[in-house]
Design a binder for this molecule. Sequence first.
Ligand code: AKG
Ligand code: FE2
Length: 432
Amino acid sequence: MPVIQMSNSRFTKPKGLKHEPTPYLFIANCGPAVGIPFENIESAFSIFGKVIGVHAADETGARVIVCFSEVNAAEAAIKMLNGCPCAELGGRTLHIRYSAIQPPQKQPIAFAYVRDVMQLHMDRLPKALELQVHGDNVLPVSFLASDLDIPGIYLVHDFITLEEEQELLAEVDNRKWINLAKRRVQHYGYEFLYKVNCFLSTYVSPQLRYFSFVKPDSSFWNCLHVKPVLVYSGFISWTRNVDSKQFLGELPYFVSNILQKIASFPGLVDDQNKEMDQLTVNEYPCGVGLSPHIDTHSAFDELIFSLSVAGSCIMEFRRYPLGTWQFPSASVDEINEDSTLLSSNTIRKAIFLPSRSMLLMSGEGRYAWNHYIPHHKVDIIGDKQIRRSSRRVSFTFRKVRQGPCRCAYKQYCDSQQQCRDQQLNSVELFHP
Ligand SMILES: O=C(O)CCC(=O)C(=O)O
Ligand SMILES: [Fe+2]
């Protein structure tokens, strides 16, 4: 059965009427939003040949992509069904065109980042700086952490009541928000540091790779201007970190009952320190997400709790294959979801986080998997479409680490990276 639940941007939308036949059909007036589940679409189209996938074509829920294994099957289906009412699909008239798999796009990266807190000058960035884009969004979404099956990830539904949810919102809305480019934040317990990392790779010859890893206080812009045409991939990211010496004070009284519940969170062993001392409140407007990242190991202890309030979202977890480059434990705030390095053997899993649920990231799930909130207005889960509300507010509780991290996931651990240059040399990069 095809299990393709999230909208899939790999397929081009047909432009003109004339198209070369492909095994992929773009079908308008059909989908969960008009009462036709993916399973029914699959079975209606299976009579023409083997269907290998049914995708939401976009976020409307009324346009789908049906993928056949053979082009002949797609040709037969288009001939029979285009413009005709389809009895198997509630008598709806289908509008069908051929679709194609999108060639990997190149997108300017640096652009998106520079509007964040550092307010750097966009016009000084070279236009030629480009990153390979991998836009495959296909994966099923779990409702339960046990189905997600990532060690150390737990989800408790209805962790707080509706009244508690309203109280929390009223409290944070009474306090000062810090505006980032796309979302607002509040920090409690410790001061947050936002700093920019820049990692670029220029591919000079098949034998020699030249890497630059620079910070804005050194030769950041100069480096960007080094023969930008040679820059094949790279990123600029904001590392979110805390200043462990800047204690702002105890966490506010309005989260004290949450802290108590955290102390008895199911599944945790007694010797784990459950005393949280840092809280970040994030407010995401509808459609805004958070790019893939691992919370900095050296900055925070193992347990990270995140409470969803006022709205739901999907959270995707990604485990990148060994030997490929990891963002240096960075949180990337303003990167487009498609601009992240994603290779075909990246493991991806997703879970639905409803309002009032508490997510715990610990162990492998916290240290080795990137977590990511797609930038969607509608989350498609099976044949359900869940429209994001006008905002989602998350309360992320962490414990600031006082010594180095000694986790077992050295590859992802900034405390344990002996020599970053050495690691850079083993990095696999994307090339055109
Ligand atoms: O909004 C969330 O639930 C997650 C926030 C997060 O991952 C972070 O602030 O590092
Ligand atoms: Fe995070």
